[in-house]
Design a protein around this ligand. Structure first.
Ligand code: SAM
Length: 277
């Protein structure tokens, strides 16, 4: 059952990645909770916390799959907007606010502050599950779903304020190419943010984590999704991905500035960030 990628030509990797996510799409959300013991939710929340997006911001979530990041983004922005509206309502009661705001109506402010999120993924099955989820939860407004390859994004230059890629970049065949594309579609001043499995820094935790991932994850994949191989691929792809410092260097090489990272859960996951200037 070995699913080694070392011997597989690069285009084959892309085909296999496609098959993996096509196979798991329907079970993807359940598997995420089961395998990470629910912790992936905290990692994603942490991404939003660091991003701290304000109303009006445009997000591109690449390898966005079933929409977790985009949903959190819209929810975060909505709560920020409510806060600002409450604040504005309070300040409207004071005469000085009216003096300086005679040319603007509340509608103008709301119009210009509408946030949008585009979820882009190479796999239409993953997007389909996400879109159905958004429709059934009644949170489709402001979201679009676009099939596209991280290495060749179907968007014009300088379009987005934030580019995110969560647990997606290790699946991409040419990471440098995906980083170039991220830089291209971001507006000047825009931010690149990436969540990805990384290198566990604590040796005790590292041993536990290795044992867990190599022995438990394919078993869970078999039991829950009936798919041992896809989850064995997952563990192997995590293994091969560059560590925190190396990936930071790659982001800098692509042309991003102020690149930094945060280790989450002792380095099980790293959150990398950089800016386009
Ligand atoms: N971001 C979502 C999340 O955090 O739950 C989904 C992550 S899932 C592990 C990885 C996703 O990357 C899959 O949906 C897969 O289809 C997508 N993917 C793989 N290669 C890609 C590529 N070259 N371009 C765009 N998406 C890709």
């Amino acid at each position: 059952t070995h699913f080694g990628f070392e011997t597989v030509p690069e285009t084959e990797k892309a085909k296999r990645v496609y098959k993996v996510f096509e196979n798991v799409a329907q079970k993807y959300d359940i598997m995420n909770d089961a395998m990470s013991l629910g912790i992936h939710r905290l990692w994603k929340d942490m991404l939003l916390h660091v991003m701290h997006p304000q109303p009006g911001v445009r997000l591109l979530d690449v390898a966005g799959g079933t929409g977790d990041i985009a949903f959190r983004f819209m929810e975060y922005v909505r709560s920020q907007q409510e806060r600002q509206q409450r604040r504005a309502a309070r300040s409207m009661q004071t005469p000085s606010w009216e003096d300086i705001s005679t040319n603007y109506t509340n509608e103008d402010v709301e119009e210009s502050k509408e946030s949008r999120a585009v979820v882009c993924d190479i796999n239409k099955e993953m997007l389909k599950v996400g879109k159905e989820k958004a429709d059934s939860m009644g949170i489709s407004a402001g979201l679009s779903w676009v099939v596209g390859d991280a290495e060749e994004l179907p968007f014009d230059d300088d379009q987005f304020d934030i580019y995110t890629i969560a647990f997606g970049i290790r699946n991409v065949t040419h990471i440098d190419q995906a980083l170039q594309e991220a830089l291209r579609v971001l507006k000047p001043g825009g931010r690149f943010m990436c969540l990805e499995f990384s290198k566990v820094t604590n040796p005790v935790l590292a041993r536990l984590y290795d044992a867990y991932s190599f022995q438990m994850i394919p078993v869970l994949g078999e039991v829950i999704a009936g798919d041992w191989k896809s989850y064995q691929y997952l563990v192997e792809s995590i293994r091969k991905f560059p560590d925190q410092e190396e990936f930071k260097g790659m982001i800098e090489d692509a042309g991003f500035y102020c690149v930094q990272y945060y280790n989450l859960t002792g380095g099980v996951v790293a959150l990398h960030s950089g800016f386009k200037l």
